[in-house]
Design a protein around this ligand. Structure first.
Ligand code: IDP
Ligand code: MG
Length: 139
């Protein structure tokens, strides 16, 4: 079922570099509404759990250690066709391959420290949002 919602994290590099405001402005300007938002930090254990689907990939260890290296901003977003629309806004995983004007092109440092997460399906958006937010934290 299409929910018109997606989930994002502003990753540790984006937060450390002072890009929270700039990235949220791009998200708002692209027409997304904020349903839930939290400034928090993943432990190695919770980052490992969040990225469980990538456990077999060669960069899993690097990803878990990076994602638990500093605070993040977790956000549930709403817009028509949210998953695809947000993936277009953030650009390719590797910022050197991301289109001009995308969040990763503007703010990401590397393929690992790539500024933002974006859910890849309605099902994963639901799972990822539920990982961070109770129903009392969604408006
Ligand atoms: P996505 O974030 O664009 O959906 P995925 O393939 O789902 O990309 O990978 C999840 C995250 O793992 C990426 O956002 C990035 O932080 C990290 N990652 C992906 N590929 C590599 C790599 O080749 N080296 C290091 N980290 C990577
Ligand atoms: Mg992905």
């Amino acid at each position: 079922m299409a929910t018109n919602r997606t989930f994002t994290m502003l990753k540790p590099d984006a937060v450390a570099n002072g890009y929270i405001g700039g990235i949220l402005k791009m998200i708002n300007d692209a027409g997304f509404s904020i349903i839930a938002m939290k400034y928090t930090k993943l432990s190695a254990a919770t980052a490992g759990e969040f990225y469980e689907i990538h456990k077999e990939r060669p960069f899993y260890g690097e990803l878990v250690s990076y994602m638990s290296s500093g605070p993040i901003v977790a956000v549930i977003l709403e817009k028509e066709n949210a998953i695809a629309s947000f993936r277009t806004l953030i650009g390719a995983t590797d910022p050197t391959k991301a289109d001009e004007g995308t969040i990763r092109k503007i703010y990401a440092k590397s393929i690992a420290a790539n500024a933002v997460h974006g859910s890849d399906s309605d099902e994963n958006a639901q799972i990822e949002g539920d990982f961070f937010f109770s129903k009392l934290e969604r408006f």
